[in-house]
Design a binder for this molecule. Structure first.
Ligand code: UD1
Length: 306
């Protein structure tokens, strides 16, 4: 099959590209390289085409997407903090960009559309585990645009019979996640501090917990949704349903690196949520999913990654 991946040179997109190529599919990556990197992508493959293109460039994207079987739409401003600071720019990419890709699918008659939504749409709801039918409570422009995108996808599914799957990603981690911003995923920051023997700051008491999912487990599900006859029109939590606290993470990283991190504690970040966890019953039912990589194995894979 021929799959288009927007944001294909990013952290998650590059793992997805790799897996689809390994499975014998053809991949077209559309990426503006704002945060994605060419070095994330496999060196040479006859089955990989890469276009440096912004998803806001509708004509450009339309010209390079004919004849595909599926779109996996990952391109977005992924930083929640950036959306708070620049809501207009974020909206143009995170919502208008989604509409562009839906129009591309409609015009070129691309049958399947897989979308990366986010657990951020649940806001600070602490009735865990979070079920998909929990009323949304988006707290940031990032979450609002993800939720708006979900509604547009639902419209294209009903109106144009586009086969859609919307995944609400929980906290994704793994090799190639960028640790450079203070708002980067906490695991990428922790691993960076352990590898470089630099101090680590815990915001709060360290007892906050998240549902971490390893990137390779996540892209395996995206592959299935893009290439197999998944039932259409579903919104699905993509998490393991397992809560890990920050202190547990810290101790696993310390044993892995055989190094006691220089740790200090500061006030919790404003707006920080205490706990997050997916109810992944729907994921298990529709994709026969069982969590594969536990935290210790996932951290080890990051540690060993060249
Ligand atoms: C995610 C977003 C965040 C957003 C929040 C909204 C990412 C990477 N982060 O945060 O921008 O505001 O959803 O709910 O998508 N932590 C530390 N030290 C650090 C870094 C983080 O203690 O150096 C803590 C955080 O305060 C948090 C936990 O680790 O309590 C996890 O942080 P993070 O990886 O950013 O994930 P979310 O909190 O889910």
């Amino acid at each position: 099959m021929h799959i288009i991946i927007t944001g294909g040179a990013g952290f998650i997109g590059s793992h997805l590209t790799e897996m689809l190529l390994d499975q014998g599919h053809s991949v077209t990556v559309i990426d503006n390289f704002s945060t994605g990197k060419r070095s994330n992508l496999p060196g040479s493959s006859n089955h990989l085409t890469v276009h440096e293109l912004d998803i806001c460039n509708f004509e450009g994207v339309l010209n390079h997407t004919k004849g595909a079987d599926a779109i996996v739409h990952l391109a977005a401003i992924a930083s929640v903090q950036a959306s708070v600071e620049a809501p207009r720019e974020t909206h143009a990419i995170n919502l208008d960009g989604t509409i562009n890709m839906l129009e591309v699918a409609r015009i070129h008659d691309i049958s399947t559309f897989v979308f990366a939504s986010s657990a951020a749409i649940y806001g600070n709801n602490q009735q865990l585990p979070l079920k998909e039918d929990t009323p949304p409570a988006p707290l940031t422009p990032y979450a609002v645009d993800k939720l708006g995108s979900e509604y547009y996808i639902d419209f294209y599914c009903r109106q144009f019979k586009l086969k859609t799957t919307t995944f609400r990603f929980f906290n994704v981690y793994g090799p190639r996640q960028d640790p450079s911003s203070p708002y980067s995923g906490v695991i990428s920051i922790l691993m960076d501090r352990a590898q470089n023997k630099r101090p680590f700051t815990v915001f709060g008491d360290g007892l906050q917990s998240r549902d971490f999912i390893f990137v390779k487990d996540l892209v395996e599900i995206l592959c299935k949704a893009a290439t197999q006859q998944a039932p259409s029109g579903n919104t699905i939590n993509l998490g393991n349903g397992i809560q890990t606290t920050l202190l547990e993470l810290l101790s696993t990283v310390e044993s892995l690196s055989n190094h006691k991190l220089d740790t200090s504690f500061e006030e919790p970040r404003p707006g920080d949520i205490k706990h997050s966890c997916a109810d992944n019953t729907r994921l298990r039912q529709l994709f026969s999913y069982t969590p594969k990589t536990n935290i210790a194995e996932g951290l080890k894979q990051i540690w060993d990654y060249e």
